[in-house]
Design a protein around this ligand. Structure first.
Ligand code: PA5
Length: 447
């Protein structure tokens, strides 16, 4: 069985191979601290051995719940924000037909999202669409108190109850939340919803391989066993016993920290495959929330190529030399499209006749890499043999493990997100939430 493959050699020349190898001891210590639970944020390490701990009972339970949604719903609304929706959306988008919503003979419900914004028009338009279609809700919030999803849930729960009646609605709502705390847990218990637990020791951005990600992914019709199988492979490949030279998470953590030390403050996650756009969004949350603190951390950004070569390409080629790229490359497309010959050749494209479209894409990828290296942008590459559940599972766990190690190398706690609270406090004060009276006074005096 092939695996995803990390190549870091195109970073050398910008940083030395020796210096990267010099991280071996630090990386081993960081990986060891994760496994022994002796590092910062050690009460949030439930994701570390999560893939290999998922058993048959859990898989069957998730699949049965997914089946209920699949049999009864045309649309399933996944409600959540940040780590409570990005992982599921990233995997579902990566594996779905690009024109999914236009398919007439559907085998799976359309999965849509709410609670990831507070857009009034967004929610209005969603509710209009749901008026004429049988739908279900998966409400995901670890804390059970996050405003955005709570607001969306109240609106959609009310709508579902009005359309289906309370008893039927109860069977079409599943909550994924904390074991005991939070308003969503209280509500789910009182209303008798089916629930899944987000364990205390799994933070939102590390939760894609828990029911947070697995349930929506199964509802969308994808094979969660293969996804987890891929993650299990990476769990062992990135383990603390694996030598630095064979451990992709260790190498990625080391090289990006060395690049950062050498002035490369921005990392661009690049894809040449439009379906991977959301993997970039998920990755940005994982690395941004994990490392951006104490006035340090690489700024994670993402681009879709070749699309963004026609917008961001200029900046990447010739702007401030503070960036490096990590390119996700998919070796084999799932479909074949051969470029046709044209008798008249008026568009001058006969030099491509007989070639696969993916060959053109691959040459764009190679040409871009060479151009960017020439322009002073170090390139790392992660190659997926194919876009399927198994390799995505490998990719997700690889990034999680590397993020934990990388955060420790940087000297921060990669499992907290204290900075996320600041806007919430101001928003509650401005909305005059009970309990925020003093803050309301202070903030109103400032505006
Ligand atoms: O990674 C995180 O912890 C956050 O991004 C959370 O996932 C996000 O804030 C949503 O929190 P909750 O699931 O408690 O609603």
């Amino acid at each position: 069985m092939k695996n995803i493959k990390l190549s870091i050699d195109k970073a050398f020349g910008f940083v030395s191979e020796q210096n990267v190898a010099g991280y071996k001891a630090q990386v081993a210590a960081a990986n060891g601290a994760l496994h022994s639970g002796t590092g910062k944020g050690s009460d949030f390490l439930g994701w570390l051995n999560l893939p290999s701990s998922i058993d048959e009972t859990q898989f069957s339970d998730l699949e049965n719940t997914a089946k209920r949604f699949r049999e009864n719903c045309e649309i399933v609304v996944v409600i959540g924000i940040g780590g409570s929706y990005l992982g599921a959306k990233a995997v579902i988008d990566s594996l779905s037909n690009s024109f999914d919503w236009l398919q007439t003979e559907r085998k799976s419900p359309v999965v849509v999202y709410a609670g990831q914004n507070i857009g009034e028009d967004y929610l209005y338009e969603l509710q209009e669409i749901l008026k004429t279609r049988p739908f279900g809700i998966i409400s995901i919030s670890k804390s059970g108190t996050t405003t955005e999803p709570a607001l969306a849930f109240r609106l959609l729960k009310t709508q579902l109850e009005e359309q289906q009646g309370k008893a039927a609605a109860q069977k079409l709502i599943v909550a994924v939340t904390d074991k005991t705390h939070g308003a969503l847990r209280t509500l789910a218990t009182q209303e008798g919803y089916k629930t899944y637990v987000i364990e205390d020791n799994i933070g939102g951005r590390y939760s894609v391989l828990s029911p947070v990600g697995l349930l929506p992914i199964a509802v969308a019709g994808f094979d969660i066993r293969q996804l987890v199988k891929g993650a299990v492979t990476m769990e062992s490949k990135c383990g603390q016993e694996t030598r630095f030279e064979e451990n992709p998470a260790a190498q990625y953590a080391a090289v990006r920290n060395e690049l950062y030390k050498n002035g490369k403050k921005i990392e661009l996650l690049v894809n040449f495959h439009p379906k991977l756009h959301l993997i970039g969004e998920w990755w940005k949350q994982l690395y941004g929330e994990s490392e951006g603190k104490e006035n340090k951390g690489i700024f994670p950004a993402s681009v879709d190529f070749t699309t963004d070569l026609h917008s961001m390409g200029q900046w990447i080629q010739e702007g401030e030399r503070s960036i490096f790229e990590t390119v996700i490359s998919v070796k084999e497309s799932n479909h074949t499209k051969i470029f046709p010959h044209d008798q008249n050749n008026l568009d001058g494209l006969n030099f491509l006749a007989g070639k696969r479209v993916d060959e053109v894409n691959k040459m764009a990828e190679l040409g871009t890499m060479i151009a960017h290296i020439d322009g002073g942008v170090p390139n790392l590459k992660i190659e997926l043999p194919k876009l399927n559940e198994y390799y995505l599972g490998e990719l997700l766990y690889f990034f999680e493990k590397a993020c934990g190690i990388s955060g420790y190398l940087l000297g921060v706690n990669p499992f907290d997100q204290p900075g996320v609270e600041a806007y919430k406090k101001n928003m509650f004060a401005l909305l005059e939430k009970p309990g925020f009276e003093a803050e309301t006074k202070v903030i109103k005096a400032r505006i």
